[in-house]
Design a binder for this molecule. Structure first.
Ligand code: PEP
Length: 249
């Protein structure tokens, strides 16, 4: 079922006291909203964040996971570990993971399988580089990212998948895709899903936009028919800004 979602990706920011303080601020301001609200703190603070948001409408989610169940993967975290601290949703394929940690469409397909096998919902990120957009290849790049990591799945798997279109040139740069550019790409993504899985699946999947969303531009971006919410980086670190973005719905 298609839902409006606003998810904050805190990346490698906020130690434990800062995590707790930001959650206190968020809880003061979020009572009801027309969107599902999620925050993704760093791994080491997931349990405390989960505890601090109990009985609230904020879901604590993870920024990444490994594809193996357990074993000799020093420094990595598995799906079962995430589940054991209460996590139900994981972000996979963020462009920073692809760029700095060599995540590929192939390794992401394995992570997708591991998350689904463990009943985790996935926010699957993808998006083109500036050079792709300049050369007019953005749709081809995005189609390839989606197909290689997701199109081995059955249609039913998409009940547990949220897509996040994040043009790399707009992440953390202050540069935002225009609402029209976002809508055009989201429509293309939905059509790509429809071609493979049919209209019902395509219409049911939530597609988030990410890339310098701020209180000032959220409303217009979210008003586009194929944009179902946002994955928010920088602006999710300030309670007031994040709540203003949530309230843009
Ligand atoms: C992100 O990291 O997913 C993101 C969209 O970052 P920002 O909002 O800072 O561009």
């Amino acid at each position: 079922m298609r839902k409006n979602i606003v998810a904050g990706n805190w990346k490698m920011n906020n130690d434990l006291p800062q995590t707790e303080a930001l959650i206190v601020d968020l809880l003061k301001q979020t009572q009801t909203s027309n969107a599902e609200v999620m925050i993704a703190p760093t791994y080491v603070n997931l349990y405390q964040a989960f505890d601090a948001t109990r009985n609230s409408n904020i879901e604590v989610i993870a920024q990444n996971m490994h594809f193996a169940e357990n074993g000799a993967y020093t420094g990595e975290i598995s799906a079962t570990m995430l589940k054991s601290v209460g996590v139900k949703t994981v972000i996979l394929g963020h462009s920073e993971r692809r760029a700095y940690f060599n995540e590929t469409n192939e390794s992401l397909a394995k992570k997708v399988d591991a998350a689904l096998k463990n009943d985790l919902r996935i926010i699957f990120c993808f998006g083109e580089e500036l050079s792709d957009r300049k050369s007019g290849n953005q749709e081809q790049v995005v189609e390839n990212q989606i197909k290689s990591a997701l199109f081995h799945l059955e249609a039913s798997a998409f009940k547990n998948i949220v897509l996040a279109y994040e043009p790399v040139w707009a992440i953390g740069t202050g540069e935002t895709a225009s609402p029209e550019q976002a809508q055009d790409m989201h429509k293309f993504i939905r059509q790509t899903l429809q071609n493979k899985y049919g209209e019902n699946t395509a219409q049911d999947v939530s597609i988030l936009y990410g890339g310098s969303v701020k209180p000032a531009n959220a409303k217009e971006i979210f008003s586009k028919p194929d944009v179902d919410g946002g994955l928010i980086g920088g602006a999710s670190l300030k309670a007031e800004d994040f709540i203003a973005i949530v309230n843009a719905f």
